[in-house]
Design a protein around this ligand. Structure first.
Ligand SMILES: Nc1nc2c(ncn2[C@@H]2O[C@H](COP(=O)(O)OP(=O)(O)OP(=O)(O)O)[C@@H](O)[C@H]2O)c(=O)[nH]1
Ligand SMILES: [Mg+2]
Length: 198
């Protein structure tokens, strides 16, 4: 896939604002500051299409990007940003929930976690929610530039253990892809995945 014309469409606060073209949607979920917005920029080869920040809590709404009229990237707010007020947290959670619960066009869910760290309690909650709601998803182990290449398999198997993939019999159905927005590790694999599902 060679992306030529990615366009920002809308920052939605309610379902009535979601696009109605019926194009498939590829959605990014994960904790604040994990690199969801950076991931979109990396895949579409633009530095500033999606707004990113070194401070967590940058993305607050449901952002739709039209990618060459082939699909939408949907950038959701992150969770677990501890400087958010309870009220803000509730609003963010409702945006995430509303979108994931009943968007008919979701084709692919990319669940970003930090390759270096044991998934947080909120990551585990998100994982359980996805499983419980029978959502198919792929885990992106981001920020792999921060660890030695030779150690990547160890970190991936730690994430797999924390999510109990083997125990749940999910080892073969849920992929964990090491990725980096900095050195583009994993980018080709994602582009191939997108080609295959679209
Ligand atoms: N080293 C490294 N830094 C990254 C990577 N991906 C993102 N970052 C940095 O992490 C910070 C957060 O990135 P964002 O893309 O804004 O994160 P987000 O998940 O969209 O965050 P919210 O909008 O708060 O939910 C920025 O400073 C990025 O430069 C990566 O693969 N490697
Ligand atoms: Mg963001």
């Amino acid at each position: 896939m060679n992306i030529l014309n990615p366009k920002f469409i809308i920052s939605a606060t309610k379902k009535s604002q979601y696009p109605t073209t019926g194009l498939p949607e590829v959605v990014l979920i994960g904790k604040s500051n994990i690199g969801k917005s950076s991931f979109i920029n990396c895949i579409v080869n633009r530095n500033k299409l999606a707004k990113t920040s070194s401070t967590p809590g940058k993305t607050r709404l449901v952002n739709f990007y039209n990618i060459d009229d082939l699909f939408y990237f949907v950038d959701l707010p992150g969770y677990g940003y501890n400087k958010m007020s309870k009220q803000e947290e509730k609003i963010s959670a409702s945006y995430i929930n509303d979108y994931l619960m009943d968007s008919p066009n979701i084709r692919m869910i990319l669940f970003l976690v930090d390759i270096r760290h044991t998934p947080t309690n909120l990551d585990i909650q998100m994982f359980d929610w996805l499983i419980h709601n029978k959502k198919e998803f792929t885990i992106i182990a981001n920020k792999s530039d921060k660890i030695a290449k030779t150690k990547i398999p160890n970190y991936i198997s730690n994430i797999s253990k924390c999510f109990k993939l083997r125990e749940y019999g999910l080892e073969s159905s849920i992929k964990i892809i090491p990725f980096s927005n900095v050195n583009k590790n994993g980018k080709d694999e994602i582009l191939t995945l997108l080609d295959n599902i679209l």
